[in-house]
Design a protein around this ligand. Structure first.
Ligand code: AMP
Length: 112
């Protein structure tokens, strides 16, 4: 999709620190990490949020979660948090589905 930051990262038009790739997903480090490990897992195809991806491509949706687990395991983390922000009111700023994978520090609940 034109003018989508994460589509451009998937296409290799904008550099990113890519840590894992599958047929349907790309995982790269967040530019502004909120934990010692903070990786974003995105589908290669453009969908605006997690629900739209799940409705359109359940296999890709599942692969985001299995990729998150693989990335955490590869970096030695048994415990990790995965987050889909959906909508600007809860902090979504990039409207291409992305799963945050955070690990490496203690985390509180409820989230802020
Ligand atoms: P959200 O606020 O949930 O939409 O998450 C978007 C995330 O993308 C934020 O955590 C940003 O720090 C991150 N981000 C923005 N631009 C880039 C980029 N060029 N490379 C990696 N991460 C980015």
């Amino acid at each position: 999709m034109e003018d989508c930051l994460f589509c451009k990262i998937v296409a290799g038009e904008i550099p990113a620190d890519v840590v894992h790739q599958t047929e349907r997903t790309v995982a790269f480090r967040d530019l502004n990490p909120q934990a010692p490990m903070h990786v974003l897992v995105v589908p290669r195809d453009h969908h605006a949020n997690a629900a739209e991806l799940a409705a359109a491509d359940p296999q890709a949706s599942a692969e985001l979660v299995t990729t998150a687990a693989a990335v955490a395991a590869a970096e030695g983390h048994d415990d990790y948090r995965i987050v889909f922000n959906t909508g600007p009111g809860v902090g979504q700023s990039v409207f291409h589905t992305h799963l945050h994978v955070l690990a490496g520090r203690a985390m509180t609940w409820p989230p802020g």
